[in-house]
Ligand binder design. Structure first.
Ligand SMILES: Cc1cc2nc3c(=O)[nH]c(=O)nc-3n(C[C@H](O)[C@H](O)[C@H](O)COP(=O)(O)OP(=O)(O)OC[C@H]3O[C@@H](n4cnc5c(N)ncnc54)[C@H](O)[C@@H]3O)c2cc1C
Length: 540
């Protein structure tokens, strides 16, 4: 099939490779292409570089990596392959899985050796599905960056490199884990946080993105912000450039060797969220440029769209919290709903899943009851008691801090809470009574909460006995906060055509996103190894 021929009358610029997007996908491609002799241009639509990568937790999942080996942890890329293949339940493709598992560790070594990246194993952090298969590991595959010195970017790019409003980027996951984890926010090392903030030392995803920005700057590569790529240009056989708007005018840039489409996902595009993601009106943690450019750019050139079963997230927005774009800050509920003294219930007042393990839980929020044509588990509410308020942060609301006015509902009894929130009071009272009786024993016969090692490590309170994920809801006043659906903060796997001048759509998805619902799939896909494997993967 001939490709689109939409050649412009003239070219405004000319390079070998254009990376569209300045997250880890676009930047790693630019760095690798430069190191292989190409002239490179990175085009970023928003005023800041770093992409969603800079918002993220920055945990990179790499089986068989050399850091684990140096620690004496037994693992291999082959074992990682078997693990992902098992988890992908037949939806994954061997070629894609092996491309990732074989090359991720090579890319890690490359960027450490050549581009100044510094990563370490997050000690003690198991695979999501540790215990489910022999190919899962108790630790070793999840890595994170060492703190990155922000001032080394120079004044202009230090300010232009994105920071996360959601993630506490002045601590590493290891720092947090060593002080008791997400649950133990009151015990975190705030002096260290203050020191790092004063020195602008960046950890997590903000640090990860900054390492790649620095490597681009050190190479003297061109990187432009405020450039919106609106279309790809083809000559009937190959993709040979891009159309973009810059300072209000259209420009056309020739790409002699290739275009990498690394623009993330479509989470800020409600129409695509509905039609491709099956999500109704989701809120988002992301900034506004993550709106489906992958589909708009690659689609007309024949990139195939694959839909793979995936989950939505859920979260809430605390009144008064705003991003620098003036948008409400949406916060994932994931870090808190698996803590003791927390449950999530539907309008019947019933729990409907294992709140401590979001990979399982969020499938149940989108469940459709075909008999009643309803979502039985949506809307839903987090319900907590005052023990939870005293011990744990409600993401950004600290223990001891006043509960924001107009946020959720507060009541002195469970029945009153249900009435105020719009749930069935008797249903909620029964649920809480049953949950409490079992929580005292440290068990959840209904949904197995507290049984996954990953959940105990990440979403539980390690100091809480007998089970880090289970504690009764008994102490008034009680609180309920309605959850909203939130999009998936990730991007699709690659798309390309096997043309002489290739076009790649990079993505992470990781994050387990080894299986993604929003994938553009290539025809005759042969991704460039160095460009691909560099993308991080969320814990798998
Ligand atoms: C809170 C949070 C936590 C996360 N934690 C993890 C984690 O621990 N591990 C993990 O693996 N993943 C995690 N993720 C997901 C991960 O961050 C993303 O999957 C990944 O960063 C995407 O990288 P990318 O390079 O593909 O895209 P991005 O980093 O999003 O970069 C894409 C860039 O393209 C730009 N762009 C879009 N359209 C255009 C256009 N038309 N022209 C020019 N530029 C354009 C965007 O502005 C953006 O800067 C997390 C996400 C969030 C939100």
């Amino acid at each position: 099939m001939p490709l689109i021929n939409n050649l412009p009358e003239h070219w405004d610029d000319n390079v070998d490779l254009i990376s569209i997007g300045s997250g880890i996908g676009g930047l790693s491609a630019a760095i690798a292409a430069h190191d292989h002799g190409a002239t490179v241009l990175v085009l970023e639509r928003s005023p800041q570089v770093g992409g969603v990568t800079a918002l993220s937790q920055g945990q990179v999942w790499i089986p068989g990596n050399h850091h684990a080996r140096d620690l004496g942890i037994e693992d291999s890329a082959e074992s990682g392959f078997r693990y992902l293949k098992r988890l992908s339940m037949g939806y994954g493709e061997d070629e894609a899985i092996s491309n990732f598992t074989a090359n991720a560790r090579v890319a890690l070594k490359y960027f450490e050796d050549k581009a100044g990246l510094r990563m370490n194993v997050i000690r003690g952090c198991p695979d999501y599905y540790y215990g489910l298969t022999n190919d899962s590991v108790a630790e070793g595959r999840l890595l994170e960056v060492e703190p990155f010195p922000g001032p080394s970017l120079g004044e202009e790019w230090q300010a232009k490199t994105r920071l996360s409003p959601q993630v506490p980027y002045s601590l590493t996951t290891q720092d947090i884990a060593d002080k008791g984890g997400l649950a133990a926010m009151m015990h975190w090392d705030f002096a260290l946080m203050g020191e790092r903030i004063a020195k602008d030392e960046r950890c997590a995803g903000s640090g990860l993105a900054a390492y790649f920005v620095k490597a681009v700057l050190d190479r003297g590569l061109r990187m432009e912000t405020g450039v919106n790529v609106t279309g790809l240009i083809g000559d009937g056989r190959r993709v040979i450039g891009v159309r973009a708007t810059k300072d209000g005018r259209e420009i056309c840039i020739k790409a002699n060797k290739g275009v990498v489409v690394a623009v993330s996902s479509y989470e800020r595009n409600r129409s695509l969220e509905k039609t491709l993601g099956n999500q109704l009106d989701p809120e988002s943690m992301l900034f506004s440029t993550i709106d489906g450019a992958n589909i708009r750019l690659a689609g007309p050139f024949g990139a195939k769209i694959a839909r793979v079963p995936e989950i939505s997230m859920a979260g809430f927005s605390v009144p008064g919290e705003e991003t620098d774009e003036g948008l409400a800050v949406w916060r994932s509920a994931m870090p808190i709903i698996g803590l003791p003294h927390h449950i999530v219930v539907n309008r019947q007042g019933k729990r409907f899943g294992n709140e401590g393990f979001y990979r399982g839980f969020y499938y149940t929020t989108d469940l459709i009851d075909g008999v009643t044509q309803t979502h039985p588990n949506f809307p839903c509410w987090i319900v907590i008691d005052s023990q939870a308020r005293e011990k744990y942060a409600f993401v950004s609301i600290m223990p001891g801090q006043d509960w924001p006015e107009g946020f959720g509902v507060v009541a002195d009894s469970i029945e009153e809470l249900a009435q105020k929130a719009g749930m069935d009071p008797q249903g909620l009272a029964e649920t809480v009574a049953r949950f409490n009786a079992n929580a005292e024993k440290g068990v959840d016969p209904d949904f197995g909460r507290g049984e996954q090692p990953w959940a105990a490590w990440m979403t539980g309170d390690k100091t809480y006995k007998p089970n880090p994920n289970l504690g009764p809801i008994v102490k008034p006043p009680f609180y309920a906060v309605e959850l909203s659906r939130m999009g998936r903060p990730a991007s699709p796997p690659p798309a390309s055509r096997s043309t002489a001048t290739p076009m790649w759509s990079a993505g992470t998805k990781n994050r387990s996103r080894a299986s993604t619902p929003r994938a553009i799939r290539p025809r005759g896909w042969k991704p460039a190894r160095s460009c691909r494997a560099a993308s991080p993967t969320r814990a798998a």
